[in-house]
Design a binder for this molecule. Structure first.
Ligand code: GUN
Ligand code: FE
Length: 455
């Protein structure tokens, strides 16, 4: 007997997940039971003693959904770094270097969000688009404005996306334009603390689906006082924190010339780092930086496609994975144009391969690249799911008891998108790798967050 009353619904079918970095598990014809709170109550495989009875009882109770052949249940994807207000800018201006791109495109656009109608339109669209692409958890930078950022948090609740939302802070008059800068530190801190409390008490947020995030844009945007005061807020409420970290030559050099320190040293000294910090990019890290990130148990949001445009160098993804640094993936909308974390996973692999092989045909093959620096497709999928969830200290990404049920159904049957499977000779590993390489929005048939179907 199983307590079917305590089960909201169950799914039976083929599933993939990556509980261990670098490995995948294929659960063939498995059963997953979701409790009334949207958490996983149990998973059974056909060889488990409880399997047949649980399936039969749930079927009898009308609570069992069977996936069809060619459908696969996967954990929902985690986007560690997305600028929601930059969605209208996706695909624009990417020929420019970061500084010009920010000044010419980004700041004027972000400043439009005092218009709540505009904010509503964009935030409704970007959250739904990410969900439709399988992103069940998203970490959002909004704009410097509190009310529109609260609207983004509310929108995430309304569409049912697990979200981590930050009001951006930027007060350095030398780097931020007059029209897009905090009016004063006092006001910015008051608004930020109010934002934090308002998000915690949003109607419908009792289960904490949406979390506030302290969001200093990056070192050049913020005065040292601002960073220190934001660090105090992180400590006071034990909050998530997100920022850009050593993203480009320019950003790295700015910190060195102004403060004689690396970004990590600056953030650590300001009290901003903890086990829920998301450090987007993190390209130019010193050995000491890496040790400090590990010591704080902070995490990196790797944004491979955006790095191609703005980073000036290749991410040391292989080394960071091998050092056991927490790392997941980000879209960095709109520093890269794709809202898909499948695309980010694919890019993480392909960029690591370019790094491994090298690019300069005038060099011999042995001198051209960095041997052994490739990242596997399975590692990329781990970053897209389990790794990202670990960065956020979130119980998602794995199909196991007590985890939140955030999941997607991937449809691989012919005539849907570009993904094709040949069941008689594609192995489970082939199928998962094909999904990572070829899955599009059309292949994502259903999406659940916290046990609630949202697509
Ligand atoms: N560094 C500071 N602000 C930004 C931003 O909006 N996007 C990216 N990619 N990098 C930044
Ligand atoms: Fe960014």
């Amino acid at each position: 007997m199983i307590a079917t009353n305590a089960i909201q619904f169950a799914l039976q079918g083929d599933m993939f997940h990556c509980p261990i970095k670098g490995e995948f598990e294929y659960l063939s014809d498995a059963l997953i039971l979701i409790d009334l709170n949207g958490n996983i109550a149990a998973t059974y495989q056909p060889f488990d003693a409880e399997y047949a009875l649980a399936r039969d009882e749930l079927k009898l109770a009308g609570k069992l959904t069977e996936l069809t052949k060619g459908q696969y249940l996967l954990p929902g994807l985690v986007d560690l770094h997305c600028h929601a207000p930059q969605w209208p800018q996706a695909g624009k201006g990417l020929d420019l270097p970061l500084y010009d791109w920010l000044q010419n495109y980004t700041f004027p656009l972000e400043n439009r969000y005092t218009d709540l109608d505009f904010a509503k339109e964009v935030y409704g669209d970007v959250t739904k688009t990410l969900l439709a692409n399988g992103t069940t958890s998203a970490v959002y930078f909004a704009s410097i404005h509190r009310e529109p950022t609260e609207l983004l948090a509310q929108t995430c609740l309304d569409v049912g996306q697990r979200a981590f939302v930050g009001k951006v802070n930027m007060d350095n008059a030398e780097q931020c334009p007059d029209y897009y800068r905090e009016a004063s530190i006092e006001k910015a801190l008051y608004e930020t603390e109010l934002f934090v409390n308002n998000v915690f008490s949003l109607k419908g947020n009792d289960s904490g689906l949406v979390s506030p995030v302290i969001t200093p844009r990056f070192v050049p945007s913020c005065t040292p006082t601002m960073l220190n005061k934001l660090g105090e807020l992180v400590q006071k409420y034990d909050l998530h924190m997100q920022t850009h970290c050593s993203e480009s030559d320019w950003a790295r050099d700015y910190s060195q010339t102004q403060f004689g320190k690396t970004d990590i040293e600056i953030y650590a000294d300001a009290g901003l780092l903890n086990n829920k910090s998301v450090l987007a990019h993190s390209i130019f890290l010193t050995e000491k930086d890496v040790e400090m990130i590990k010591r704080y148990n902070a995490g990196i949001g790797h944004c491979p496609l955006s790095n191609m445009f703005f980073a000036n160098a290749a991410m040391q993804t292989r080394e960071l994975l091998d050092h056991g640094v927490q790392i997941g993936l980000g879209s960095d909308i709109a520093g890269a144009p794709s809202p898909s974390i499948f695309r980010a996973a694919f890019d993480a692999v392909s960029h690591s391969r370019v790094r491994e092989e090298g690019v300069d045909v005038k060099l011999s093959a042995s001198d051209r690249g960095t041997a052994g620096s490739r990242v596997s497709f399975i590692e990329a999928f781990w970053m897209a799911t389990t790794g990202g969830a670990q960065v956020l200290d979130s119980k998602t990404g794995v199909f196991a008891k007590h985890y939140h049920f955030d999941a997607i159904v991937l449809e691989t049957n012919k005539d849907v998108g570009n993904l094709r499977i040949w069941p008689d000779f594609d192995t489970p590993k082939d199928i998962l790798e094909k999904i990572i390489c070829l899955a599009q929005k059309e292949n994502i048939k259903r999406v659940w967050v916290q046990g609630k179907q949202v697509v």
